[in-house]
Write a new protein. Structure first.
Length: 163
């Protein structure tokens, strides 16, 4: 009997990546890479802020300082309202925006309109906030300006959120 030789294995090479396709198909855009780096740095800062209230305050004030004058004014007023209403909440940043946390978890946050090219800013609450009211309730609010009446509503919501 003739001896059978094992079949020869061939190694398939992967197809070369095409760079001639749609822009960005070869990886992340410069903006995406910058956002990922910023988020990684923010996570490190959040870790420090969770251990040191002053570090969180500094990060929040730096985020506010980087805003346009209108956003800066609104965020500064919100920070003062939240500090007075719920002094147990720690200031920090969340995705680059001002936020206030309890036990390291964000309870409420502010999103500047210019950051997202939106026509209004947003003040919102996370699932850590105790705002439950039946089967459905609002968790964020559009802000075009901050009136005295709005400030009163925000105080009431923040009080309820942290009870």
């Amino acid at each position: 009997m003739a001896e059978k030789k094992p079949a020869k294995k061939t190694t398939r090479k992967p197809a070369p990546r095409s760079t001639s396709g749609a822009k960005g198909s070869a990886g992340f855009s410069d903006e995406e890479r910058a956002a990922m780096k910023a988020r990684a740095a923010e996570l490190k800062a959040e870790e420090r802020a969770n251990k040191n209230r002053a570090e969180g305050e500094r990060a929040l004030r730096d985020a506010i300082a980087a805003m346009s004058p209108a956003g800066r004014e609104m965020a500064t007023r919100l920070h003062a309202i939240i500090e007075a209403t719920a002094p147990d909440l720690w200031p920090k940043t969340w995705y680059g925006m001002p936020a206030w946390a309890k036990d390291g978890k964000v309870v409420c946050f502010f999103q500047n309109a210019e950051k997202f090219n939106a026509r209004y800013a947003t003040f919102g609450f996370s699932d850590q906030a105790n705002l439950d009211a039946g089967a459905m309730w609002p968790t964020s609010f559009a802000l075009k300006e901050l009136t005295v009446a709005d400030e009163a509503k925000i105080r009431a919501l923040v009080k309820k959120a942290v009870r």
